[in-house]
Design a protein around this ligand. Structure first.
Ligand SMILES: [Zn+2]
Length: 58
């Protein structure tokens, strides 16, 4: 018997999916990207918030 494949392979991550099943690798990647962006923004904010060093009593 040569039926069509009983499962699909995610073109993104290569994992096996049931017909009609959606792989969540993209969502995870987006989440990771969002996390990374948030982290970056947080880092930048942190750096930006650094108070300038003033010489006391100069
Ligand atoms: Zn995938």
């Amino acid at each position: 018997m040569s039926k069509s494949k009983p499962y699909r392979v995610c073109p993104n991550c290569g994992c096996n999916l049931d017909p009609g099943e959606r792989c969540d690798c993209k969502e995870r990647a987006e989440l990771d990207a969002a996390k990374e962006a948030a982290q970056l923004a947080a880092d930048l904010t942190h750096i930006d918030r650094r108070e300038p060093v003033l010489m006391p009593g100069a």
